[in-house]
Design a binder for this molecule. Structure first.
Ligand code: KG4
Ligand code: ZN
Length: 352
């Protein structure tokens, strides 16, 4: 049995988790702990990088202890330590990387850098209904909106991505306009439950572009214009209608492109990952399409949709299972910008 400790610190969540892997079996989650800084950044309307780094410093070792206590293990029982190398905020990433390298060096155990988005797209392997390779992955987070063709661990081909804002960013910006705070995706979805999705005609950017790219910047402007028309005296019903119309526009584009990607690749499975993957309307619409068109959709467990340490430990464990080794020594670096389709294939000595 191999147990891997994972540390995630790319943005405003400190995540730590322990997974264990038996032979070639899908790794299992043993324990995980998370601290969200959302409250701390709320007053600023977005993540303040310097504050994020300082908070990761405060949180990471207590969270490691919490996970080990939950798992009834000692640090010395861990076989490898993984950290998010990128993409993300440089200072925030460095906290996770340095903590992981320090623990690994002290224990003389391997230290593995992991790509944050690889963690997201493999996260459904920890669910009760894990996928099988190959599949199409729809990655929808606060910073990324991508469709990938996933042949196996480490083999990712980009099919399409956003040319401007990410889907989560579109949710967050619309939520901010509606006075719902930051990050507002979940709050906008909750408000939308009480509204009519056809109340306002909002654009569906690139819906018929014929490719698998996305664009959400224009939608934000349309929501802003509509919000301005309503003015400060907008009723609760009007705000709910605007939330519902915004959500419907984002979801329709995501579903349409994901369905096209499944059709174009001829694959039979779709994996949805990233914070926006928690959106209930998105899940309902994708499930409807899957049933109608005969493909399967896999989601991460709700708690593992947003950033967490479990997906980082999992990705490292799956790479170790394929015979990959950690880079030699305990020097580390971070990669704030790191395209997922430029990851080395399994078996390579380094991941960069
Ligand atoms: O993957 P994630 O935790 O962080 C990044 O790596 O970006 O995703 C966070 C994003 C935020 O934009 C948040 O507003 C959005 O996911 N989000 C949602 C929902 N829950 C989180 N968006 C729509 N509906 C939700 N239920
Ligand atoms: Zn993420």
């Amino acid at each position: 049995m191999t147990s891997v400790l994972g540390i995630e610190s790319s943005c405003d969540e400190t995540g730590v988790a322990l997974v264990s892997a038996h032979g070639r079996e899908t790794p299992r989650l043993i324990a995980h702990a998370l601290h969200s800084q959302a409250e701390m950044h709320r007053d600023y309307g977005g993540v303040v990088p310097e504050l994020a780094s300082r908070d990761h410093v405060r949180r990471v070792f207590p969270l490691v202890q919490q996970v080990l206590d939950q798992a009834h293990r000692a640090l010395a029982d861990v076989d490898a330590i993984a950290y998010t190398r990128g993409p993300g905020l440089a200072g925030a990433l460095l906290v996770g990387a340095a903590s992981a390298a320090a623990m690994a060096a002290a224990l003389r155990k391997p230290c593995l850098p992991v790509h944050h988005l690889e963690g997201h797209l493999l996260s459904p392997f920890l669910s009760v209904d894990p996928p099988r390779f190959p599949f199409v992955a729809l990655l929808v987070s606060g910073g990324h909106t991508q469709l990938m063709q996933v042949r196996e661990v480490g083999d990712y081909a980009l099919l399409g991505e956003t040319v401007d804002d990410a889907a989560g960013e579109a949710f967050d910006k619309a939520a901010k306009l509606l006075g719902l705070g930051y990050p507002g995706g979940a709050a906008l979805a909750a408000l939308a439950e009480h509204g009519r999705a056809d109340a306002y005609a909002l654009p569906r950017p690139l819906l018929h572009s014929g490719d698998l790219d996305f664009s959400f910047a224009g939608l934000k402007t349309a929501v802003w214009l509509q919000q301005r028309k309503l003015g400060p005296a907008a009723s609760d019903a009007e705000r709910a209608d605007l939330a519902a119309s915004t959500q419907a526009a984002i979801v329709e584009v995501l579903v349409s492109k994901a369905v096209h990607a499944v059709r174009d690749t001829g694959l039979e499975r779709l994996v949805v990952a990233g914070g926006v993957g928690a959106n209930r309307l998105l899940r309902r619409r994708l499930d409807e399409q899957a049933q109608r068109r005969g493909f399967r959709v896999h989601y991460p467990e709700a708690a593992l949709c947003t950033d967490n340490g479990a997906m980082i430990a999992l990705a490292a464990a799956m790479r170790l299972q394929r015979g990959e080794h950690a880079p030699p020594g305990y020097a580390f670096d971070v990669a704030p910008r790191w395209p997922l389709d430029r990851l080395a294939a399994p078996g390579a000595a380094t991941l960069s």
